[in-house]
Design a protein around this ligand. Structure first.
Ligand SMILES: O=C(O)C[C@H]1C=CC(=O)O1
Length: 94
């Protein structure tokens, strides 16, 4: 199943920079692993925001929750999820 996910990152100013940098590095490695295995299909920065729109391709709600809640920056994110269905006018079958 495909899901469009919006992630807004809100790292508190009280978090030490070294800890924030460590979490960002872990997040990058985890995100790139998921892109390589095909589950994180698209990752786009929203211009001007510390936020992204992503498309995930996973088995269903439970796997998506597992993937998202394992993000190193998860404690500092506001996440919204939109399930995607095939559009009848779309040429691509995805
Ligand atoms: O920067 C972000 O948008 C948050 C998160 C998503 C991928 C990644 O490397 O960090």
């Amino acid at each position: 199943m495909l899901y469009m996910v919006h992630m807004q990152v809100n790292i508190p100013a009280s978090l030490p920079k070294s800890e924030a940098d460590r979490l960002k590095a872990e997040e990058k490695a985890y995100a790139q692993k998921l892109q390589q295995d095909g589950r994180w299909r698209h990752l786009w920065r929203i211009a001007g925001q510390y936020a992204n729109y992503s498309v995930f391709d996973v088995a269903g709600n439970d796997e998506l929750h597992e993937v998202l809640s394992s993000l190193p920056l998860y404690p500092y994110m506001a996440i919204s999820v939109t399930p995607l269905a095939q559009h009848p006018s779309a040429i691509a079958t995805n």
